[in-house]
Design a protein. Sequence first.
Length: 94
Amino acid sequence: MDLHGIRQAIDALDREIVALIARRQELVEAAGALKKDADTVRAPDRVEQVIARVRSAAMDAGADPDVVEATFRAMIDAFISLEMRHVPPQGVDP
């Protein structure tokens, strides 16, 4: 496969990844609707569970676990920011 073909394959894969991120966002938003405060949104213990799981999955798939971890941490941070927009400020009743 030449460089053009590789780039086309990457572009196709990127479209699939975006579709999966959209599906993940739907689930994140559904979970976020059940959360009442910033602490339950940030959930650092849950974040570390996810990171451990995806690092293991990366190794099983032959991917670099550090790259996968960095990618997931960035994605999780972005989703936390999204959820935080919908959390009532501390001390304010909804």
